[in-house]
Design a protein. Sequence first.
Length: 276
Amino acid sequence: MPLDSPARARFAALVARPSPPLDEAALAIAAEEYPALDPARWLAELDRLAVRVRARAPEPVRAAEALRALRGVLFEEEAFRGNAADYYDPRNSFLNEVLERRLGIPISLSLVAMEVARRAGLVLEGVGFPGHFLVKYAPRGGPEVYLDAYHGGELLSAEECVARFRPASHGGVDPRWLSAVTPHQILARVLHNLKRIYVQKGDDVRSWWVADRLVLVSPEQPEELRDRGLVAARLGADGPAARDLAEYLVRAPEASDVEEVRGILARLRSSARPVN
């Protein structure tokens, strides 16, 4: 399988950092689908939006004013909104498309809000609540405020988040779900959303490159290596598939699917034998 595309190299370099820039890394994901993508254009768009926010909340930045300005610019004037009509359109996960169409899903719209806020001097953190990504402002010593970018930038308390999104959590609520997540975790969630879409569509080519990016962003997760190998096997790339699956067995010897993976690996190795 090809592992030398410029988009892949750029993404690999970014996620190798302790704290990769979300805007650049998200555009590097999109660049695999849009090879002619110009990252500078979309970074400049984020800059322009932030300039308007700063104009409404000049320094010294005060959180209440900055949040009000952010919501006014993004969700009132620019009408960023959730794509309820076609939630599983993969374009909802690509930052360039979200900025172009003003449509997205919770995590991509949250990413826009976080990056515009950062440029405007306000730190917002991603919150990986199950089924519905949020952002929050966490002041020192004060109550945290949550912003729902999918629903027009609505501001919520922790209690309101739990009450509203409890169905997505299957009953129980873990306080950790309202904790901030890392840039690597955010990028992994973006990719998992795309992976789910492409797997359901039966698009193995796109499933493969998404699985490959997941290996890069979450190298500690052997399941990502397994999934890349399984997709490679379906695409007929027996050598790369065998390498991934063999490594998975080394790294996850107690996994519940070990015997199944061993069987697939044996078939791959058998088919690779030269015919006399």
